[in-house]
Design a protein around this ligand. Structure first.
Ligand code: ZN
Length: 418
């Protein structure tokens, strides 16, 4: 019989968490201290085997679904209740780090080890999920396992994805022995939490340990093509030119101006530009460039998109140039569930950690989990805000704090049996 006071005193073992992170990080370790463990490679299999073995040694059962998502389960008192799930991914970028994704899975493992060590029963079962191919580096789309799970795209679509060598997801899942029986998505979730390094500089700059994540930014991606007329840079008078690049620069400036009009989370980026014919003494005849707009709510992102449309229409009319704006990708903003956000906040407050709200600019499996269950995220700082890089680093005490918040947020959702 546990009292509330002793439950509040529960803490995870930060050293044990760190040792597990280093052990998993050794699989696919790179010379520069990072990790290269691409999805569905033999190294991914080794990582999955290690994590599953750890789960089994904690008495957890292990289930794999058709897209290779792994669910490791610690029973509760009432196993008819949907489990409280935490998790993330263990695949990495080619020059990835030891913490992105891996931390979320191993923080969950540390939660279970702590509960087992102190013989704490929960009312609802607790599970750790390892989602397949979150990074999208070897196979597109990104967040593949959680995407199939929530029905964002079909299993067949995911199976058919190929890498640069023409190998497909289904064969590679089979090859590493992680194509499971359970139908993807046929797996109830009561609540979902994901601990993750921030992958940005906000927490570190504010010297704050815990980021409460109210939402993930939605994004709209466009390809913009401006078509003018190629002619000689010398003989062609300024008045009669149709300079596709000059007109494009107006639009590029506007992309940034739009983002500034929708603070504090508006983002506007032109990241890729192609100038034709790209010759010093030819007036550019055509320019193609990308536009990336992001914000935290549908209303704000819709506003930004409408501003862009209006500006393009005006520029078309004023310049007489053909301007094509094609939306190529859209991810709606993902507000996390108020209950889960509140549990994270309450757990951090109980533990005495400084918190601040940090929206996520990057995609996470939690976005898809949020489509099928109440979900929330916990961020911890990473060194210089750097991720997707071999130098990615995080402080043991920050990782420990985040796992403690995860523990208490999960306990609150799973209701400790008394
Ligand atoms: Zn990640």
């Amino acid at each position: 019989m546990e009292t509330d006071a002793t439950i509040d005193n529960l803490r995870i073992d930060g050293d044990r968490l760190w040792r597990s992170l280093m052990e998993l990080g050794a699989i696919g370790a790179t010379k520069k201290g990072g990790v290269c463990r691409l999805a569905l490679t033999d190294l991914d299999r080794q990582g999955r085997d290690l994590v599953s073995a750890w789960a089994r040694s904690e008495g957890m059962s292990v289930t794999v679904d058709q897209i290779g998502n792994i669910f490791m389960r610690r029973p509760g008192r009432n196993n008819a209740l949907p489990p409280v799930v935490t998790g993330s991914h263990i695949d990495t970028q080619p020059t990835g780090g030891k913490f992105d994704g891996n931390y979320g899975v191993l923080a969950g493992m540390e939660v279970v080890r702590t509960l087992n060590q102190h013989k704490i029963e929960t009312e609802a079962p607790i599970e750790i999920a390892v989602w397949t191919n979150e990074e999208g580096s070897r196979f597109v789309p990104v967040m593949m396992g959680s995407g199939v799970f929530c029905g964002a795209f079909t299993l067949e679509h995911a199976y058919a994805a190929t890498d640069t060598e023409g190998k497909n997801v289904k064969d590679e899942l089979q090859h590493i022995g992680y194509i499971g029986e359970q139908k993807s998505g046929d797996h109830p979730i009561g609540a979902y939490y994901e601990a993750h390094i921030e992958q940005g500089p906000v927490l570190e700059n504010a010297d704050t340990v815990i980021g409460v994540v109210p939402a993930v930014l939605g994004l709209a991606w466009y390809d913009c093509t401006v078509t003018g007329f190629e002619s000689h840079a010398g003989p062609t008078p300024m008045e009669i030119r149709k300079d596709a690049l000059q007109v494009s620069t107006y639009i590029m400036q506007e992309v940034v101006a739009i983002a500034r009009r929708y603070p504090p989370y508006g983002r506007g980026t032109v990241g890729a530009v192609q100038v034709l014919p790209n010759s010093r003494n030819v007036i550019p005849g055509q320019v193609k460039f990308s536009i990336d707009l992001r914000n935290v709510s549908d209303a704000l992102l819709d506003g930004m998109n409408a501003d862009l449309d209006a500006y393009i229409a005006r520029t078309r009319a004023e310049t007489g140039l053909a301007i094509e704006l094609l939306r190529v990708s859209y991810f709606p903003p993902c507000p996390f569930h108020p209950d889960c956000v509140a549990q994270v906040r309450a757990a951090a407050a109980m533990l005495g950690y400084a918190t601040m709200d940090v929206v996520s600019g990057a995609g996470h499996d939690a976005i898809y989990a949020a489509r099928v269950a109440p979900a929330g995220m916990i961020f911890v700082p990473c060194k210089d805000g750097v991720s997707h890089n071999e130098i990615e680093d995080a402080k043991p005490e920050h990782l420990e704090a985040g796992a403690n918040v995860l523990l208490h947020a999960m306990l609150a959702s799973a209701v400790v049996a008394k």
